[in-house]
Ligand binder design. Sequence first.
Ligand SMILES: C[S@@+](CC[C@H](N)C(=O)[O-])C[C@H]1O[C@@H](n2cnc3c(N)ncnc32)[C@H](O)[C@@H]1O
Length: 213
Amino acid sequence: MKIPNPKQTQFTKKRYNATSVIYNLMEWPVEHLWYKKWRQKLWQQIHGPKVLEIGVGTGKNIPYYPEDIEITGIDLSSGMLKRAHKLLPDHAKDCITLREMDAQQMDFPDNTFDDVVATFVFCSVPDPVLGLKEALRVTKPAGKLYLLEHMKPEQSFLAGIMEKLDAPIHYVTGVHIARQTVANVEKAGWKIEQVRDLTAKGIFKRIEASKPH
Ligand SMILES: C[S@@+](CC[C@H](N)C(=O)[O-])C[C@H]1O[C@@H](n2cnc3c(N)ncnc32)[C@H](O)[C@@H]1O
């Protein structure tokens, strides 16, 4: 098993701890324009009953969690998680658990979860294929992966611009804007079930995949 790169992982953790204070403010425009409705639609499909959310962040998905399922949310950044904790509804505290954990090296046994969800996370996980392999390991056979992600568009002049801007944006924010997440999901061993473009040029996509049995 490949080991996560400690330097890169520490860098990502530091960036998100730093931006956690202003994260919700920074994301406000896209959240209201797009993300809110994409999250709502995605969570309507999740039935678990045992669900893992990777990169729970400040808890933006928590209001959309379905009732009566058991959800474990993990994140690398304690700063982000601190904000997520504030959103936990009192009545759901028994079925939602939040833990500080690296998606590249998870502390769960094999075949634990029915569904794995991540929204705008694999742009930041230092080694996305390693994280997606870990997600596969902890998912039950025939279990599903649901992602909302932004990525490098195919065959577009924008792809070249995004490649050039990737390194400076990553240095400042911890985010990679030119990843090829659909290919990474396949590389990790998932079977792609559906990829849907959510915006023009396919920069934002919803990806559904299953664990082959
Ligand atoms: C862009 S934010 C998205 C947060 C949230 N999912 C949302 O939709 O608003 C990316 C999140 O992924 C987390 N993250 C990055 N690398 C991670 C890793 N290796 N393991 C767990 N979480 C990670 C970051 O700490 C951050 O909270």
